[in-house]
Design a protein around this ligand. Structure first.
Ligand code: UVW
Length: 323
């Protein structure tokens, strides 16, 4: 997180002090939060959303020729070949009995440097993570509320796409453009869709899709993404709707700095830390959105499981939407 973007006017804990929390709701040892709402019945509700069998993968490319969208200050993923035909040609290939040859490579990246799930403990305030875990448990690796329990559980349920960019008549929302839960419901109504309790909420802004066509210096200059903006009413709505997972095509799932309070990323604390809503960021939603606009079917079975990284603050994922 770039410190230059942080200019909180009030402490985030103070801003959120009257908001609801789900701490203890699923026991003192819980580490998957609102994913507990995704029961077997919810999986079957997701399956009932499938009608055509069309599938869409929602991860961005890793190693795109135009660069990969990452939070300012995070390095690009680097993939390195450590074995290929070139090694054999210059006598450095590993000889196998029978003369089979192979290519091999490695990837160095931020675990949050692609489409990814945040661990519930990824962001905190007042020295406490989701469920009240001590922030000192993050030292060295995340001993509590890491991405691993999310990875082991997996995320399956009914997803619904809200195409906020299309609703506003744009290809992509403006930098810093905000929207509320009420806008989300209005966009759903305009789509002829209804957000149901326990839906996995997938919101398209067009932002990540636009990244590849933009000048990168411009993209990162005065970096401020469009997105949902904090209000107590929005938090109450997420709480009452029991939303298990928020998926967006932005790097951080919310407007970078709340224009009212000046707090950076307050929803990471209000939704993820306090309610246990899992965050999926940097999703690629343009193809899915195009198809939904075509057949007017905005709901689908959503299936995802991040990589099982022990102690990880997050992990890459390639979610699949099945219509
Ligand atoms: C930051 O650390 C900025 O948050 P995220 O990776 O969740 O976007």
């Amino acid at each position: 997180m770039s410190s230059q973007t942080l200019r909180a006017e009030i402490p985030v804990g103070e801003l959120l002090k009257n908001d609801p929390r789900n701490w203890g709701r699923w026991g003192e040892e819980d580490e998957v939060g609102s994913l507990n709402f995704l029961t077997r019945e919810e999986v079957l509700r997701g399956v009932r959303a499938v009608s055509s069998g069309k599938t869409f993968t929602l991860q961005v490319l890793m190693g795109h020729p135009q660069g990969d969208p990452v939070w300012p200050g995070r390095a690009q993923p680097v993939r390195i070949n450590v074995m290929d035909k070139g090694h054999y040609l210059c006598g450095k290939g590993v000889p196998f009995p029978g003369h089979a040859e192979y290519a091999d490579d490695m990837l160095i990246m931020y675990l949050q440097g692609s489409t990814q799930y945040d661990a519930l403990g990824h962001v905190w305030c007042d020295d406490q993570l989701y469920n009240g875990y001590d922030a000192k448990t993050t030292a060295g690796k995340m001993d509590k509320a890491s991405v691993l329990p999310i990875a082991e559980r997996g995320v399956v349920g009914r997803g619904i796409l809200i195409d906020m960019a299309r609703f506003r008549g744009k290809d992509v929302l403006e930098p810093g453009e905000t929207f509320t839960h009420e806008d989300v419901m209005k966009a759903a109504a305009a789509q002829g869709a209804r957000i149901e309790k326990h839906d996995i909420l997938v919101i398209r802004t067009g932002w990540i899709g636009s990244f590849y066509a933009r000048d990168k210096v411009e993209f990162y200059k005065n970096f401020i993404e469009p997105g949902l903006t904090y209000s107590p009413e929005l938090v109450k709505w997420f709480h009452e709707m029991e939303i298990p997972n928020l998926v967006t095509d932005t790097i951080a799932n919310e407007v970078t700095v709340d224009p009212v309070s000046g707090v950076a990323l307050p929803l990471h604390n209000a939704l993820m830390r306090n309610l246990g809503v899992t965050f999926t960021e940097i999703a690629s939603l343009d193809k899915l959105a195009e198809d939904c606009a075509g057949d007017r079917q905005y709901s689908f079975l959503y299936v995802a499981a991040p990589l099982k990284v022990v102690g990880g603050t997050g992990a890459p994922v390639n979610p699949v939407a099945i219509k």
